[in-house]
Design a protein around this ligand. Structure first.
Ligand code: PMP
Length: 393
């Protein structure tokens, strides 16, 4: 063991702790759901991305079990060697119909989808124009590209326009999160598409928090704004509303054909597993069949956000079920989270650098699986602790 190296890692870990940036990782002893078991106690789950409660939905579980019986657990290889199974094709076709695009391609995660697509489609003659609050996987995808990178101010169309006017390139790729995961605001996609048309740019949107949430039957941000055919590349994840693990890109047949040849995580990392594929297929079918879960999610979010605002909490400018409860300093947010945990609610605090200094928060993730009693329980506890910590009056 290299002692200098060990010592340096320990110093860095100590620094994270001192700065309040050390992630405390809690372990669940039960399936995902409105309530989860942690440290032997039931806690109301207020911070998972299980928007529609599908992560432990019996129909997804049964689909996964059947897939394991038929196909086993592992893909055995990367997609281009022996890893492409019937289930990959079935999911890709189903997802293309659902998203109303020509074709889709699955990846092992949404993170990998961003790492695959951005460097594959851009080169040194291109420029990527990225929203300053884009997700880490987009940032890393940009880092892996040889293209120049320009960052525009968050959702600021004047800032985007001035970058578009300034830069010269073979292709200008505008890339944005659809729903911004820390604040819950929605990217101004119609304006982005309009600017892209004026400046001959390509548009890519990461719909991780829009899928299963926005648009009719949860088809996502493109459907929400009725922009079918106007967005070149959509990136998605199965790990949030769909309740499983995996990622996808959606777009033209040509784009998908190109990425099958050039997307490095597609070429060099093994394929999505059979149970994940089968469960995700069932998730897409459930969404196609009815809109009830999406409606329940929005009703729950509206109720919770309305009552939190009425109680005096700052929930920022959210436009989606992501509910930031902005509390100020990191210590306050972390104390709030500890107190919630003691009172039976699991909701992690988030501080700098994930969010700006002074805007530390509890990010509440509302789910269709929360019942009215659960929301009432949470509202009572938030108010109690809010008063206790002088956040509300
Ligand atoms: N993009 C965004 C905007 C996300 O919020 C996330 C998940 N945190 C991802 C991509 C990565 O998705 P996955 O969990 O499938 O890797």
């Amino acid at each position: 063991m290299n002692e200098n190296f060990e010592a340096r890692l320990q110093d860095d870990i100590a620094e994270l702790k001192e700065e309040g940036l050390y992630n405390r990782i809690r372990t669940l002893e039960s399936p995902q759901g409105a309530w989860v078991d942690i440290e032997g106690e039931e806690k109301l789950n207020f911070c998972s991305n299980n928007y529609l409660g599908l992560a432990n939905h019996h129909e997804l579980v049964e689909a996964a079990q059947r897939a394991v019986d038929k196909y086993g657990v592992g893909p055995g290889a990367v997609r281009t060697i022996a890893g492409t199974m019937e289930l990959h094709r079935e999911l890709e076709e189903k997802l293309a119909d659902f998203k109303k695009v020509e074709a889709t391609l699955t990846f092992q995660s949404g993170f990998n989808a961003n790492l695959a697509v951005i460097p594959a489609i851009t080169g040194e003659d291109d420029v990527i124009i990225s929203d300053e609050l884009n997700h880490a996987s987009i940032i890393d995808g940009c880092r892996l590209s040889r293209a120049d990178l320009e960052v525009y101010e968050h959702a600021d169309m004047d800032s985007l326009e001035s970058v578009l006017e300034e830069v010269e390139a073979r292709h200008k790729l505008i890339v944005t999160d659809g729903v911004f995961s820390m604040d819950g605001d929605i990217a101004p996609l119609p304006e982005i598409v309009e600017l892209a048309e004026e400046h001959d740019a390509v548009v890519m949107v990461d719909d991780a928090h829009g899928e299963g949430v926005l648009g009719s039957h949860g088809r996502g941000i493109v459907d929400h704004f009725d922009l079918h055919g106007d967005v070149d590349i959509e990136v998605g994840t199965f790990s949030k509303a769909f309740g499983t693990v995996g990622g996808a890109i959606a777009g033209s047949e040509t784009l998908v054909e190109f990425l099958r040849q050039k997307g490095r995580p597609f070429l060099f990392s093994s394929a999505v597993t059979p149970p994940d594929l089968a469960a995700t297929i069932r998730a897409v079918e459930i969404l196609e069949e009815n809109n009830d879960l999406v409606k329940m999610l929005w009703n729950n979010a509206e109720k919770f956000q309305k009552e939190m605002k009425a109680a005096g909490f700052d929930v920022g400018g959210t436009e989606t079920p992501i509910t930031p409860v902005i509390l100020g300093e990191a210590e306050t947010a972390s104390r709030f989270s500890e107190r919630l945990f003691e009172e039976g609610i699991f909701a992690q605090s988030i501080g700098f650098p994930t969010v700006p200094r002074g805007e530390a928060r509890i990010r509440v993730m509302i789910s269709a699986s929360h019942g009215q009693d659960d929301l009432e329980f949470a509202l009572d506890k938030f108010k109690k602790i809010g008063l206790e910590l002088d956040i509300i009056e």
